[in-house]
Design a protein around this ligand. Sequence first.
Ligand code: FE2
Ligand code: FE2
Length: 190
Amino acid sequence: LLNLAAETGPSWVERALADLDAILIDHAHCEKKAAGTAVNLIFRYPQHADLHRALSQLAREELRHFEGVLDQLARRGIALAAQRPAPYAGRLRQEIRSREPARLVDTLLCCALIEARSCERLGLLARAVDDPELRRFFGALVASEARHHGIYAELAESVAPGEARGRLRALAAHEARVLAASPALPRLHA
Ligand SMILES: [Fe+2]
Ligand SMILES: [Fe+2]
């Protein structure tokens, strides 16, 4: 369903539970970045009007997620500090081809994979954390991020019918390699 090439193992869950504050701060930054990425695509591709409504709705949802994480941080008395991001997104994007429309297709597919990985790991956290309110919060996000994965994959398919699916498999394999080589930081994507 999520098109991921490798499943997250139990060591990531242990690492996340050991520094849940850092995970929550990272999660807030991730939701903010997800909204920004969707808005940036609207600006970068004015000629792709067929993508704009889906991206706009997605950006609003990510901002609502961001606000939800802010609520969880406030409830737990954690300040939203600056934080060094995991190298994940930058390394993932290294495989994006430079010429259009391949660049757009690859960008949409990288977004699809980031959403898929977020979905998988938020689901793992929803089952693993003790705090019942956090369990509910993470659990409610799982369906939403799964839907975002599907939206980005469909948008890529609409830009490159017939090509996007094979490209998604190749980028998913790259995504799994990026995570396997990632430093063991307390981050959603490390
Ligand atoms: Fe989100
Ligand atoms: Fe999302």
